[in-house]
Design a protein around this ligand. Structure first.
Ligand code: KG4
Length: 339
């Protein structure tokens, strides 16, 4: 197999990252400059601040990625970059940088869908993983159940009709005073709480659908907190977090396992920031075991935003002969499977 070395760049939200990846599966470097500390004091990502910080970091992460991988720009076969979905100003920073590099080095430019990148993170950690499989994509902006039919070939079978799972985690965390980003904080505090303490509604539709809805659950948590405040009662944050988390995880688990049964597939690869949730991981493994479904996760660093996953997705496009023009633009609402 011919060796292809890809330099990839990711800047869709609050992480500036560059990576060097060989043949979509071997990561030589994956440098991530996180802005979490800066956005934390605002309680969420401030888009204009994010764009400015990407500008400051992008050159540095690329230089570090080359240095750590011990390669030079002459060794690179293609430049890959996230072009959506994400914050438009943030995306444009990585995109313009990648275009400049590809043009000056006369290399193919490969625009990558960020969600596809999350799915492909699994190819890095699971060297034998090949399609078909089912993927549950759970991040700050997206919640999808996807049938991965082949490399780059996706059918969305279920999606959120309102908030993404990560967004619900972040909003509930803010409401109980845990701060941003809420997912990891809820995950942690839940370990001290009782998951059966409060009966929050399960975000389930009555129709025959694999879609999700998390806004009703989020409202139920907010109502619970308001009621307790009005009654002058203290809330037990760990119990609220654990009960909320259980509600989210049960629905994610039920829907993704139902998809496997429907499609007769016995492998699920989880992707996105929420895939690092320990309760989700344990619950999926437990329930998957009961019906013979194997559950795969990327390592924690590959769950959240990073450029290695973008380099992996780009490789499978490159070997199919796809590349982007220099007129490639940022697409903040890019859907999976859309060009
Ligand atoms: O994939 P990601 O880094 O960025 C997007 O592409 O959205 O995901 C970020 C989201 C945030 O909402 C964050 O709260 C959530 O992933 N998250 C978690 C955990 N770690 C990150 N949610 C639940 N439990 C976690 N351990």
């Amino acid at each position: 197999m011919e060796k292809k070395i890809i330099l990839s760049i990711e800047s869709s939200c609050d992480e500036t990252s560059a990576a060097i990846v060989i043949n979509g599966r071997e990561v030589l470097s994956n440098i991530i400059a996180s802005q979490i500390d800066i956005h934390e004091k605002f309680g969420g990502v401030v888009p204009e601040v994010a764009s400015r910080k990407h500008i400051e970091a992008v050159n540095w992460v690329v230089e570090e990625a080359l240095k750590e991988a011990n390669v030079t720009l002459e060794d690179i076969d293609a430049v890959a970059v996230t072009y959506g979905p994400g914050l438009v100003g943030a995306l444009l920073v990585g995109l313009q940088y990648a275009k400049g590099l590809a043009y000056s080095l006369k290399l193919p430019l490969i625009g990558v869908n960020h969600i596809e990148g999350h799915i492909c993170a699994n190819f890095i950690d699971h060297k034998d993983l090949v399609p078909p499989f089912v993927s549950l994509v759970v991040s700050g902006g997206n919640t999808f159940i996807v049938h991965v039919k082949d490399y780059g070939e996706y059918e969305i079978l279920g999606e959120t009709r309102d908030d993404a799972a990560g967004e619900a985690f972040d909003k509930v965390a803010r409401a109980i005073g845990l701060g941003y980003p809420g997912g990891p904080k809820i995950d942690k505090i839940s370990k001290e709480g009782n998951e059966d303490a409060i009966k929050f509604p399960k975000a389930k539709f009555h129709e025959d659908t694999l879609d999700f809805s998390f806004s009703g659950l989020k409202s139920a948590v907010l109502n619970y907190i308001n009621k307790k405040n009005m009654q002058g009662e203290e809330i037990n944050r760990a119990d609220v977090a654990a009960s909320f988390q259980k509600s989210v995880v049960e629905v994610l688990t039920e829907n993704v396992l139902a998809t496997c049964e429907k499609r007769k597939i016995n492998k699920i690869a989880i992707a996105g920031g929420v895939a690092s949730n320990s309760y989700l991981r344990n619950n999926l493994i437990k329930e998957g075991n009961k019906i013979g479904v194997e559950i795969l996760f990327p390592s924690l660093v590959l769950c959240t935003d990073n450029a290695a996953m973008i380099g992996s997705a780009a490789y499978f496009q490159l070997i199919k002969g796809y590349s982007s023009g220099l007129d490639l633009n940022a697409k903040p609402n890019l859907k999976l499977g859309e060009k």
